[in-house]
Each structure stands twice: as structure tokens, then as C-alpha cells.
Design a binder for this molecule. Structure first.
Ligand code: N01
Length: 529
């Protein structure tokens, strides 16, 4: 059995930064990673069109000022290979690989009360122990394979966007089915359509979508950002979204109808998530939301030639932005191509997968390839798929059976010295996730340092403090329209998963202040031995 001070699981943005901070403390830390290289979500999600729909200039670490100056992001939104190259560069520059063990999947973690250590077992048959265990396993890392009868009977190729082959997959001359119309599908469908002989998209729920307005990086914008990176980074740490764009300055309902339309046109022109940021009432006031929804539907009707197809592509069953907003490049125009077809699963559901394709209640669709763009067991999947056992035999799966419970999304009562980066109850996926990760990693780092300085043995949330935080997370979400959507934020995409809004919608700035206060107060709400 190998003994470490800390074990970190995962080498995405979170795991790499955590290891760097632990190195700086002089701790003996190791990172376990199931992939064969660093990158986390950017290692696995290699589907055609994969790119980040947060702007490149804000989607990077804030603690590497030299790299900020040296690095050039070629486009407004970066493609997956560019982000993966960035993370590899960081891993090399910070000399992190020496403490990363690749191709190592964690299967179980058990807390031993006698020694106050975690024993972590891997699928490779090894057990490692450490005083601290940091789960940097990501919010969107366990692919969702829907239970469709006959899935294993299909004779053609089956691909999942989150487990894409490392070599290019050529769709040329193939008849292709894509199941799903979330962010991933919306990015990949136009690219797959460029090669496929025919492409049939199976849509259960249309999603709200804004134009990405991707473009090559404007050298002036880049130069301006590089000249002011430190100030911009510092300000972004305190904004709601972790990004440096104007936010919450406009109350849509306070404007005349003409002004509303002009602002919305400007938002669509700017593109991307800028569309959400200027308003302070769109996610709380159904009337404001209905105005944005109507505007967005009109844009789709202008872009899609067949009115019946356009209607199907308009999201009507949930308020605008209450499922993760999608950002598109040529998505809607793709349905104007003769070889691209849309199947409405609401009227003709999938009945089965057969040897030759997909059977809906209306007919058989024969295809060569099925692409599952069906998302993830989000927020909890990566944690509950590991058998985590805390004090008194308490299993995390059981603790969360009725819904997630954690203090600040970073630690759980019953699980001493276990930390989760961007866990449920933290801003995580509601904001630019890199600043969210940095905030959590820095908090965990400070906490571990504090423990080490005092010679403390264990730290874990008190049940009362955890209950109060969960209540606050719920109240904050319930003041918005978010709970109205059957989103993965709500756990609604996985059959049997408890329905609860998991992330924290209070924004990064206030969350950071609260987390810092707790640390300043000597970790109030936490029990320390
Ligand atoms: O997954 P999703 P995703 N039969 O869950 C459908 C991030 N991301 O991979 O809505 C038929 O959003 C499902 O239908 P419905 C981003 O946070 C980031 O697209 O459940 N269809 C839906 O249409 C995003 O939100 C970037 O009715 C089924 C789709 O599959 C998150 O990843 C890029 C089905 C799944 O959509 C997840 O996005 C891409 C079934 N049985 C993604 N089961 C960046 O740019 C599911 N579906 C950073």
C-alpha cells in the first residue's frame, strides 16, 4: 500500500491546478487519471465541431501571467484540440506529469477512522492511501447511454460524443443517425452533415440556442486583453459569471418594446452567452423570458426554410436559458440541406434499435452509424460511480439517494478530509467553469494548509451547516425559473435520479466571499479534530 499526503482524482483543469497547489505546499501528492493523458473533458470529447462556447480569452487559468502573454488563441471560441494543447502545455510547464498516474481508474475509496486516512482502490488492483482525497472528477464526465431496447443489436458503428475515437472518424458516404439535440449535437450536426450521405437527427426536445458568432481572434482584442489581463482577471473573480462582460444591467421589462427588440438584436449580433448576461430579469420573470423566447423563435424561423421544421426546432417546453443554453454555428441552416432530416421523437418515439438502424413508432430508419449525443450523468455521476464510503460505513450514493447534500459544494458531512471540486451546491456549471474550479481549488488548498499548520487530523462539515447551505441553494434556485426545466441541472435526464436543482445560482462573486469568510472564521460550520 502506497501512502501519500493527498490523492487527487482527475487531470482536467481542476486536477492539474490542485496538484500544482499541493506541490507548492510541499505535500506528497499523486493524481490518478483514467485517461491516457491529461485534459479531462477535453481529452474525451473529441467529436467533430467540439469547441468551448465560453470565449477563449476567459477560458484559461488566471495564475499563469507569462503563459497569458505567450499563448495565442486562434479563434473567439477555441476548438477542443487547442484547449487540449493548452492543458498539455500547462502540465509540462509546471512539471506535473511526474505525479500523475494515467490509465488508472478509481473504483472505490474508503475512510479508515483509526488512521484518519482514505484508502483508494483502482481497477488496476492497487490500493493507495492518503490523508486528503480531492475528487477533481468534473461535472460532465460520465456519458449517458440511454436504455433503448436492442442497443447492442445494431450491426453498424455506434459512437458516443463523450467517448469519441482518437483517430478521425470519416462519415463520407455514410447514412448517419444522431440522437440528441443538446449543446454537443448542435456543435457536431453541421460538421457531420458536411461529410454524411444522409443525416437524420432524432430530437426529443428542442433546445434554446443563440448564435455563437465565432470568428478568428481579432488581434486588437487580443492585444488589449493581454495589456490588461491582470486587472480583468481580478475583476472576473468577483463577477457573477466569472467572465468579464457586462452583466445584469438591463431590466428587460422596464424597456419599451422597440428598445427590447434593439437590445435583443444587438445580443444576437454579439452572439454567445452575452445574450444572457445583460438582463437581470430573464431568468426570474416569466414575462421577460417570454419576450426573449419569442425573439429567438423568430430568428429560427428566418434561418430555416421549411416552416414545419422551423417550428419543431423552436424550444417551447421550458423557459429560455433554463436548460444549458446552446451556441450554434450553422446549426439551423443545416436543416435546409436536402440530405438532412429531422425526426420528432415527441410524436414518433424511438421503440428500438435494430440490426439495421432505429425503429420509431412510425417507421424504420436504416443507417450505417448511430451517434449518441445524449449527454452525461451530470454533477453526481462521476462521484456516485465510485464506491465512496465515509465514516460509520456511510456511502455517498446512499447519502445522495434523495438528492445531493454538501457544504459549499466542496465537502460532505460524514466524509472527513474528502473534497469535491465544483461539486453540487457550488456555482460550477452555472458560470465559466475555469474560474469556478480555481476558486474551489484555492479554497481546498488553503484549508489543507491550515490543517497542516495546526497539525489537525480531520475536517468535515457539521450537519447543521450543511443543511443550511442546501436550503440556501434550493431557495436561491427556487427564486428563478430554472426548476421549471427537465434539465440535467435537475437530474431530470437520468431515469430514477432524484429531481433537485444541483448547482448554485447565486453567482461566483458572492459565493467566493462566503467561502472566504468561512475560512477566515477558522472554518466555521466545519468540525475539526
Ligand atoms: O448533453 P445534453 P450534451 N432518446 O444532456 C437527448 C456541456 N457542453 O452532451 O432534452 C432521445 O445537453 C436529450 O433529449 P432531452 C454543456 O454544459 C459544453 O449535448 O432529454 N433523446 C438531449 O437532446 C452541455 O449542456 C460544451 O429530451 C435523448 C440530448 O440527448 C453539457 O455539456 C459543448 C435520450 C442530450 O443533451 C451536455 O451537453 C458541448 C433518449 N433516450 C457540451 N436521452 C462547450 O462548449 C437523451 N436524449 C464547453
Amino acid at each position: 500500500m502506497t501512502q501519500h499526503d493527498a490523492i487527487v482524482v482527475g487531470t482536467g483543469f481542476a486536477g492539474l491546478y490542485m496538484l500544482h497547489r499541493l506541490h507548492a505546499q510541499g505535500l506528497n501528492a499523486i493524481v490518478l487519471e483514467q485517461g491516457s493523458d491529461v485534459g479531462g473533458t477535453w481529452y474525451w470529447n473529441r467529436y467533430p465541431g467540439a469547441r468551448c462556447d465560453n470565449e477563449s480569452l476567459g477560458y484559461s487559468y488566471s495564475f499563469l501571467p507569462d503563459l497569458d502573454q505567450e499563448w495565442s488563441w486562434p479563434e473567439r471560441y477555441s476548438e477542443q484540440p487547442v484547449i487540449l494543447r493548452y492543458l498539455n502545455t500547462v502540465a509540462d510547464r509546471l512539471d506535473l506529469r511526474r505525479d500523475i498516474r494515467f490509465d488508472t481508474r478509481v473504483e472505490a475509496a474508503r475512510f479508515d477512522e483509526q488512521s484518519s486516512t482514505w484508502a483508494v482502490s483502482t481497477a488496476q488492483g492497487e490500493t493507495l492511501t492518503a490523508r486528503y482525497l480531492v475528487m477533481a472528477t468534473g461535472c460532465l464526465s460520465v456519458p449517458n447511454w440511454p436504455e433503448i431496447p436492442g442497443r447492442d443489436d445494431f450491426d453498424g458503428d455506434v459512437l458516443h460524443t463523450a467517448l469519441w475515437p482518437h483517430e478521425d472518424y470519416d462519415f463520407t458516404g455514410k447514412t448517419v443517425a444522431v440522437i440528441g439535440t443538446g449543446s454537443t449535437a448542435i456543435q457536431s450536426i453541421p460538421k457531420i452533415a458536411e461529410q454524411a450521405r444522409t443525416l437524420t437527427v432524432f430530437q426529443r426536445t428542442a433546445n434554446h440556442c443563440v448564435p455563437a458568432q465565432n470568428m478568428p481572434m481579432d488581434p486588437e482584442v487580443e492585444a488589449e486583453r493581454k495589456a490588461h489581463y491582470p486587472e480583468i482577471r481580478a475583476k472576473s473573480r468577483l463577477t457573477r459569471s466569472g467572465d468579464f462582460v457586462p452583466q445584469g444591467e438591463v431590466t428587460l421589462m422596464a424597456l419599451s418594446s422597440d428598445k427590447q427588440q434593439r437590445i435583443l438584436e444587438d445580443c444576437w449580433q454579439q452572439g454567445g452567452f452575452y445574450t444572457q448576461y445583460p438582463f437581470n430579469d430573464v431568468l426570474t420573470d416569466p414575462n421577460a423570458n417570454a419576450i426573449v423566447t419569442a425573439f429567438s423563435h423568430d430568428q429560427i424561423r428566418k434561418r430555416v426554410k421549411d416552416p414545419a421544421v422551423a417550428e419543431l426546432l423552436c424550444a417551447k417546453d421550458h423557459p429560455f436559458g433554463t436548460k444549458r443554453l446552446c451556441a450554434d454555428t450553422n446549426y439551423f441552416e443545416t436543416y435546409n440541406l436536402d440530405h438532412v432530416h429531422l425526426v420528432n421523437l415527441k410524436s414518433t418515439p424511438i421503440k428500438a434499435i435494430t440490426a439495421s438502424g432505429i425503429r420509431t413508432s412510425a417507421r424504420d430508419h436504416e443507417v450505417d452509424v448511430i451517434v449518441f449525443a445524449t449527454g452525461f450523468d451530470a454533477m453526481t455521476g462521476a462521484l456516485t460511480s465510485i464506491d465512496i464510503e465515509g465514516r460509520d460505513g456511510l456511502r455517498l450514493r446512499d447519502k445522495w439517494a434523495e438528492g445531493t447534500r454538501a457544504l459549499l459544494g466542496v465537502a460532505m458531512n460524514g466524509f472527513p478530509n474528502l473534497f469535491t471540486v465544483t461539486g453540487p451546491g457550488s456555482p460550477s456549471v452555472m458560470i465559466n467553469v475555469v474560474p469556478a474550479i480555481e476558486q474551489h481549488v484555492e479554497w481546498i488548498d488553503r484549508c489543507i494548509d491550515w490543517m497542516e499548520q495546526r497539525g489537525a487530523q480531520t475536517i468535515e462539515p457539521e450537519a447543521r451547516a450543511e443543511d443550511a447551505w442546501v436550503e440556501h441553494v434550493n431557495e436561491t434556485a427556487n427564486a428563478t425559473l430554472f426548476p421549471q426545466a427537465n434539465s440535467w441541472y435537475m437530474g431530470a435526464n437520468i431515469p430514477g435520479k432524484p429531481r433537485m436543482f444541483m448547482p448554485y445560482v447565486g453567482g461566483l462573486g458572492d459565493f467566493r466571499r462566503r467561502c472566504d469568510e468561512i475560512a477566515d472564521e477558522g472554518y466555521s460550520g466545519f468540525a475539526v479534530t
